[in-house]
Ligand binder design. Structure first.
Ligand code: 5GP
Ligand code: ZN
Length: 137
């Protein structure tokens, strides 16, 4: 993918602060540093988002994400971690190359807010919603 920012990072055309690399997976610091140590984990091959990433490679990416999260807790003194995958624009995806955010969290001193607001979905409709999903599995 010629114009993809993350493909350019993989090819070394854009610099990054690399924290992990193997044949298939790369992890580097997010330029925005939502919290100290905020890291992105990506497959080196271009897939638009998580929905298109082959399962074996997805498992490798998530394995690296776990490894990074463990290192963030051990080295940076993080008290917890959010692992976040934005998929498509509606979910906040701005770079269309699959990536996993690994965001260390610090008690009382970081500025990331993730909030699940209440919705209007009636609990009585939950069996039908579950059935809709099951039909496509
Ligand atoms: P998204 O919103 O697509 O889930 O996240 C994309 C992330 O990529 C953002 O957090 C943004 O800060 C990060 N990002 C965008 N461009 C660059 C870049 O050139 N270098 C690095 N290291 N991160 C980038
Ligand atoms: Zn790409």
């Amino acid at each position: 993918m010629e114009d993809c920012i993350f493909c350019k990072i993989v090819r070394g055309e854009i610099p990054c602060y690399k924290v992990y690399e193997d044949d298939e997976v790369l992890a580097f610091l997010d330029i925005s540093q939502t919290t100290k140590g905020h890291t992105l984990v990506i497959p080196k091959e271009h897939f638009q988002n998580m929905l298109y990433c082959p399962k074996d490679l997805l498992a490798k990416v998530m394995g690296v994400a776990q490894h990074i999260a463990q290192a963030q807790v051990a080295s940076l003194g993080a008290n917890g971690v959010n692992v976040l995958i934005n998929t498509n624009e509606v979910a906040g995806q701005t770079v269309m190359h699959f990536h996993v955010h690994v965001i260390p969290r610090y008690s009382g001193e970081d500025c990331l807010r993730l909030e699940f607001l209440s919705n209007k979905i009636d609990h009585l409709s939950l069996p039908a919603i579950a059935d809709e999903i099951i039909k496509k599995l």
